[in-house]
Write a protein that binds this ligand. Structure first.
Ligand code: ATP
Ligand code: MG
Length: 420
């Protein structure tokens, strides 16, 4: 199955918006066993989009996905342009129009007159409903594709630009369409194991050799390193795909053990909220150098309110003393970035907020403020519970943003491991 993606949007070429659709769509398609052969990004102007679509269809792909430009504004021209290129009339679809009207009604607004263009559907196109916006997606069968030298069939799918509209639309409507229209020749199975706590090459060192015989049997292994974590992706094709991937997964699980925190798209914070919920426990945070990013991550998980009591950003010594009860003596003798301060912060947060667990974070983000004994990047992470308090020392010598994320990752992971 030959797939091409065309991302439209001048903002993408001006560097104002990161082209996340490229990665997101390629990733979803790859996990379903499809390969994207080519991806093009063009500005929102007629000639650029037209050239890209004609060129792409001219290579006779099975599927072309375009993103963006389905909205009501003057720079949203994809729908009209593609209808013109294909010589198809745009027809007002009353069902779509009433869906758009109800979308606005549900938000206590009246649909602006311009929104009607989003209900214009090229003749013969399938409407892909938009659960999170007004512009529906469209799927157009080209039987045959008029630009294909071999007169091959193709499918053209038009998706909206906003990620929160595109993502569910792709999963809910495009994936079933793909499975129906462009089934894979061979079974495909893919599993992603998510790890934190070890670098990419160390992860590889632990599993590569033992997986060798499975690789010979057809297992593909992929590593994807992101800030603070490494994904291990196991995939296989063919009749034995499920069995091979299962054996690979079991082996990796045994070899990596606790550093695996989740599967597929589950985030570390989501795992932690799930563990706390299942165990009926609560947590509070006392953050310093991470500035609340850990609280932000926890509160991004639906249902966090059941387990998350509060996140205190106690940045100054005064705040550490008055809010958390850290002793002046400790600050003077050991410093704000020390095992002892981390301990008192965690214990203070747990006591004040009456939670089962409290995590504390204190460190030196840099670029200044380091010393020989405590260089920039030094972090102490405390975990207080009824069993007592542990403090972990870490060294995260990165730029500030990475430092904050990695540190919050370690803190969340410390509690995750305590709850295993
Ligand atoms: P709207 O109805 O919101 O105008 P649209 O389908 O016309 O939707 P665009 O106008 O092309 O889509 O894009 C809307 C917004 O979606 C952009 O401003 C951008 O923030 C986001 N967006 C578009 N394309 C991408 C992309 N490839 N990657 C990430 N974000 C994107
Ligand atoms: Mg738009």
């Amino acid at each position: 199955v030959n797939i091409e993606i065309i991302n439209t949007g001048s903002e993408l070429l001006l560097g104002r918006v990161l082209n996340t659709h490229q990665q997101w769509l390629c990733r979803r398609l790859a996990d379903l066993g499809y390969r994207v052969n080519r991806q093009t990004c063009v500005a929102d102007n007629g000639p650029s989009i037209e050239t890209a679509v004609r060129e792409s269809l001219g290579r006779s792909p099975d599927l072309v996905i375009t993103t963006g430009g389905l909205g009501p504004t003057s720079d949203d021209i994809t729908r009209e342009l593609i209808a013109r290129i294909l010589g198809r009339k745009l027809i007002l679809d009353q069902r779509v129009k009433s869906q758009i009207d109800s979308y606005f009604l549900a938000r206590q607004r009246v649909a602006p007159p311009k929104s009607e263009v989003q209900a214009m559907v090229p003749e013969g196109a399938l409407v892909l409903p938009n659960a999170n916006g007004t512009a529906p997606g469209l799927a157009i069968e080209l039987n045959p594709n008029p630009f294909s030298p071999e007169q091959k069939n193709a499918c053209l799918v038009l998706l909206p630009g906003p990620p929160r509209e595109l993502h569910p639309m792709f999963l809910d409507t495009v994936v079933p369409l793909l499975r129906r229209q462009l089934p894979l020749q061979q079974a495909f199975v893919c599993r992603t194991l998510r790890t934190t706590g070890l670098g990419e090459s160390l992860v590889e060192n632990k599993i590569a050799a033992p997986l060798d015989s499975l690789v010979k049997a057809g297992l593909e292994i992929g590593y994807c390193a992101r800030i603070g974590e490494v994904d291990v992706r196991l995939a296989a094709r063919g009749a034995n795909a499920a069995e091979i991937v299962k054996q690979g997964e079991d082996l990796v699980a045994a070899l990596l053990g606790e550093i695996i925190y989740g599967r597929e798209d589950e985030t570390l914070e989501a795992v932690l909220v799930r563990q706390l919920t299942e165990q009926g426990k609560t947590v509070a945070l006392a953050e310093s150098c991470t500035g609340g990013i850990t609280a932000n991550r926890l509160t991004a998980v639906p249902g966090a309110s059941a387990v998350f009591a509060a996140g205190l950003v106690t940045y100054s010594n005064e705040a550490k003393k008055s809010i958390l009860g850290v002793k002046q003596k400790t600050l003077t003798a050991k410093g704000a970035v020390s095992e002892e301060t981390a301990r008192e912060m965690a214990e203070g947060a747990r006591k004040t907020l009456e939670t089962d667990y409290a995590l504390s974070i204190t460190g030196i983000a840099g670029p200044s403020g380091g010393s020989a004994a405590k260089p920039v990047g030094t972090v102490f992470i405390g975990l207080a519970s009824k069993e007592g308090t542990t403090v972990q020392r870490q060294f995260n010598n990165f730029d500030r943003e990475t430092f904050k994320y990695v540190t919050s990752q370690q803190a969340l992971n410390l509690l995750r491991l305590a709850l295993v």
